[in-house]
Ligand binder design. Structure first.
Ligand code: TRP
Ligand code: SF4
Length: 542
């Protein structure tokens, strides 16, 4: 096994689409890819690292959605879950008792540890809120991307599942599976693979000519995992993971969209326009009073002239729009070509992958004023949300999947107990869910803290709970649902009333208790696991 780092349920070298492993295998090639600026999950989890994710990758801050979540989990309340992509539909479904799902996956490369526990808890929580819950073992990925033998994989597979069950996952209500055993997932992976090409995977994951085919297959398999909860019926689905998995989530969201029969967009005239061109058309439409002879029906040509002039004017004052210049030129040309055609807002259905019958059926289903073109149909009455619904309905009735883009939530990575990063190659830096309770006790007692050099200074200045791995243990795990307790630890620490020796002793005892209890529950979960029928010994050749 590689010396894999461990944390927060997923770690960089084993995740990030396997770029880490890919580099391992090609002699440490540097990881320069589209995501090079992604945070280092192993750096300390400072807010500024996460800020980058918001600004550069469009992950949204969880705080913004928190009020929409009914009775949020303590990891949400405490900001451990810090970011998301489009979690709102999941939160709304939960609040309204509508169907939704939660799925996450685990590479069986080592023992499950307290970082994985975050994800296990998140799955269980969504399940208890009425979601369909899925926990999967990414054994194909471990084999292809990490080179683990099937014997090693089997050993860890059982262990992950036992911990997930011990933490309350209900296997009768939810589903546990191994990638290698799930035929539906593999079939879906194959289909999704028709929408992704090598250059794209290469750019996202740093793949090159040396990357093994099975490795690439493990990526489309993960895409299929992520869409799997929607196979029977589209529904809001959340993927709780560490932020290192975001490239996977983004790709899955793209692929889910590419599978759709129809795209729904806004449009202003019969021709097609890119989003940047659309922005120009919208601007021209909104300004119609300024230039149109009849403001009710501004003509494309009039809009073209106006755009050309108005832009010439602001070009003088602003030299920062090179990027949009091309779009503008293109929009003007298209408008000129359309000549006297009126500029008129509408909702457009683009035929992306539809069969002929499905496209015909869609045309019939669009009520009210509409216009049919070669690859699209324009409705002058439907608003975009209704149009989306209609498009999905027709797609489903004609054999499509109708996927909703999967959502995600991201949790912070835990700091290693020895400072620095949590790494499974440094046992003292993390706590395995299989650690002997006494060992867990010792590890916590030997952890680095955010304390001052002397007790005296600590009383005077207070401890630095924000930089203390022990405080993290309280907040992420030991305080569980008890916010008042977590808050008390924090306040006593920064207020100088709490000294590290006692604080660690208390944490160490709680950890010992937690591990003893968890391990007992793991034993009790064996029967449950057996009843799931998940194959614990892979029939594959070693
Ligand atoms: N790639 C993930 C990891 O390295 C494991 C995984 C496979 C996964 N399929 C998934 C995670 C689907 C979330 C959802 O840990
Ligand atoms: Fe950390 Fe506790 Fe020391 Fe504060 S008192 S710095 S929380 S160990």
């Amino acid at each position: 096994m590689t010396g894999d780092d461990t944390s927060g349920g997923s770690d960089r070298s084993r995740t990030d689409g396997g770029r880490g492993a890919s580099s391992d295998r090609s002699g440490g090639r540097s990881r320069e890819g589209a995501d090079e600026v992604a945070l280092d999950p192993w750096g300390s989890s400072t807010v500024s690292d996460y800020r980058k994710l918001f600004e550069e990758f469009g992950i949204e801050e969880f705080e913004g959605i928190l009020p929409a979540v009914p009775d949020p989990h303590y990891l949400m309340r405490r900001g451990v879950i810090f970011g998301h992509r489009e979690y709102r539909p999941v939160a709304e479904a939960m609040a309204e008792g509508e169907p939704f799902a939660a799925l996450s996956g685990f590479m069986p490369t080592g023992d499950p540890h307290i970082g994985h526990k975050l994800v296990f808890d998140e799955l269980v929580w969504h399940q208890r809120r009425g979601g369909d819950a899925y926990g999967l073992i990414a054994d194909l990925e471990a084999h292809a991307a990490r080179g683990l033998s099937w014997a090693e994989i089997d050993e860890h597979t059982e262990s992950y599942l036992l911990s997930l069950l011990a933490l309350g996952f209900d296997p009768e209500d939810g589903e546990l599976y191994r990638q290698s055993e799930n035929r539906a997932v593999q079939d879906l992976a194959f289909e999704l693979g028709t929408k992704a090409n090598f250059s794209e995977l290469g750019a996202i994951y740093d793949f090159d000519g040396e990357t093994e085919v099975s490795y690439m297959q493990s990526v489309v398999t993960q895409m299929a995992d992520i869409c799997y909860p929607q196979l029977e019926e589209p529904k809001p689905t959340v993927i709780p993971v560490g932020p290192d998995q975001d490239p996977h989530v983004r790709l899955a969201r793209d692929l889910a969209g590419r599978m759709r029969y129809f795209g729904v967009t806004e449009a202003y005239a019969s021709f097609e326009a890119t989003p940047a061109e659309l922005a120009c058309l919208r601007r021209a439409y909104d300004a119609r009073e300024e230039y149109a002879e009849e403001p009710e029906t501004p003509r494309c040509l009039e809009a073209a002239d106006w755009l050309a002039e108005s832009t010439a004017a602001d070009r003088m004052s602003d030299d920062d729009h090179e990027a949009t210049d091309d779009a503008l030129e293109a929009a003007i040309t298209k408008l000129e070509n359309a000549g006297k055609e009126p500029l008129r807002p509408r909702t457009r259905f683009l035929d992306r992958n539809a069969t002929e019958e499905a496209f015909e059926a869609l045309i019939d289903a669009v009520e009210g004023e509409k216009r049919v073109y070669e690859g699209h149909v324009d409705s002058f009455e439907l608003d975009p949300a209704t149009a989306e619904e209609l498009a999905r309905e027709v797609e489903l009735a004609h054999g499509g999947y109708g996927f909703l883009p999967p959502s995600s939530i991201y949790h912070r990575f835990m700091t290693g107990l020895t400072g620095g990063k949590m790494s499974s190659s440094i046992p003292a830096s993390h706590i395995s869910l299989l650690d002997d309770p006494e060992v867990g006790y010792e590890k916590v007692n030997s952890a680095t803290t955010g304390g001052r050099e002397t007790a005296e200074k600590q009383r005077e200045l207070g401890g630095e709970a924000d930089d203390c791995p022990v405080y993290e243990l309280y907040a992420y795990l030991l305080a569980a649902d008890d916010d008042a307790f977590a808050k008390r630890v924090y306040e006593e620490c920064v207020g100088g009333e709490r000294l590290c020796g006692d604080c660690k002793e208390q944490a160490a005892e709680l950890m010992r208790e937690f591990l003893a209890d968890h391990q007992e529950r793991r034993e009790e979960a064996r029967e449950l696991l057996e009843a799931t029928g998940v194959e614990l010994e892979s029939p594959r050749r070693r």
